[in-house]
Design a protein around this ligand. Structure first.
Ligand code: AMP
Ligand code: MG
Length: 326
């Protein structure tokens, strides 16, 4: 699985950066393959990025019992670092504006589904019903840097952590004077300054069915984040269950979409909204995108249509004829 992912990542990077001078640096962190193409870096910026990712991982990991997040989930209260406070603030804002389609407090349900364990499985409905009252972001209290959760409530930051990390890396590159870069954290892409030859970065949009890229977009600066049920799932009794949970059912979102890609200035916002739009489904996602106006999206539907928001129509190119783009 990991090898397959690495292969597709290499293809993607080739799509976006074949003619660049600097070779990408690859490593595994935050439960995914990370690649950093930092033009003109002598290795120092890449090393600093690795240190930063490690620091963030120590705070944000849900599988590491020693992480700040795990401690918060155990005790229900914590004084957070500035960065974790900023991340949760951003998450709460996304939650509020999406009517909790993006939901931070899903952990009691996502834990029952077991996506971060070796043996994910369909929970029994009584267990899901029992945790339902805990899953409500309006009950999270963030007062300055002090976060307080209702008794038993827990956070799952998996829908925003990588996008937030990409933003922090981007800030770090500013400090190191790296003007042109392409960062990839799993499905989260962050580009900076276009390519060294003056052309924009070209970013492939993955085929949710694992085939050739659906298409590509061109972008100089910003974040491109894709969410999809294909990224993490399991099959039980011939039914596929994926990892993006609809808070209203506590089951995997069944909104008629295979994937959602959000393009926005910042990674954290693109990440939170790609998850939220996936839960919303086509109609609501497009209406929300139009109403907000500060991000763009590409929706791939279960009947293989590619729906592109107005601001991306000029830059989107379709490659894969399995899909229909009007
Ligand atoms: P992404 O790949 O960004 O869409 O994030 C999916 C991950 O976010 C899952 O693996 C969970 O950790 C978490 N998650 C699942 N459903 C939601 C949701 N509705 N809102 C926020 N986070 C979610
Ligand atoms: Mg997300």
């Amino acid at each position: 699985m990991r090898r397959l992912f690495l292969l597709s990542l290499c293809l993607m990077l080739c799509l976006s950066g074949c003619k660049q001078k600097t070779e990408p640096v690859y490593f595994f962190a935050m439960d995914t393959v990370i690649s950093l193409q930092l033009e003109g870096d002598d290795g120092r910026a890449a090393d600093a990025c690795k240190v930063l990712i490690k620091e963030l991982e120590e705070q944000l990991s849900i599988t590491d019992e020693n992480s700040v997040l795990s401690a918060l989930n155990r005790t229900g209260q914590a004084v957070l670092s500035e960065e974790l406070t900023a991340l949760i603030r951003e998450g709460l804002a996304a939650s509020a504006e999406t009517d909790q389609a993006f939901c931070l407090s899903l952990r009691p349900a996502s834990k029952l589904w077991g996506f971060t364990d070796d043996t994910p499985h369909r929970p029994n409905d009584a267990d899901l019903t029992a945790v339902r009252p805990l899953i409500d972001d309006s009950k999270i209290i963030l007062n300055g840097n002090t976060l307080t959760l209702p008794v038993g409530a827990q956070l799952d930051l998996g829908g925003i952590a990588k996008g937030y990390a990409a933003d922090r890396l981007n800030e770090l590159l500013e400090e190191y004077g790296i003007a042109h870069a392409l960062l990839s954290l799993g499905g989260n892409i962050q580009v900076r300054g276009g390519r060294t030859d003056g052309a924009p970065w070209r970013i492939g949009i993955a085929d949710p069915d694992g085939g050739e890229y659906v298409g590509s977009i061109s972008l100089n600066d910003g974040a491109v984040v894709t969410s999809g049920g294909y990224e993490r799932n399991f099959t039980e009794d011939h039914v596929v269950y994926h990892h993006i949970i609809d808070r209203t059912t506590l089951y995997p979102a069944d909104s008629g979409l295979k994937s959602v890609t959000v393009v926005s200035e910042r990674g954290a916002r693109a990440d939170a909204l790609s998850t939220a739009l996936f839960v919303m489904g086509e109609e609501q996602a497009l209406a929300f995108c139009r109403a907000k106006g500060d991000f763009e999206c590409i929706l791939i539907t279960e009947d293989n249509r590619v729906v592109v928001s107005d601001g991306l129509k000029e830059t989107f190119t379709l490659y894969n004829t399995q899909y229909h783009y009007e």
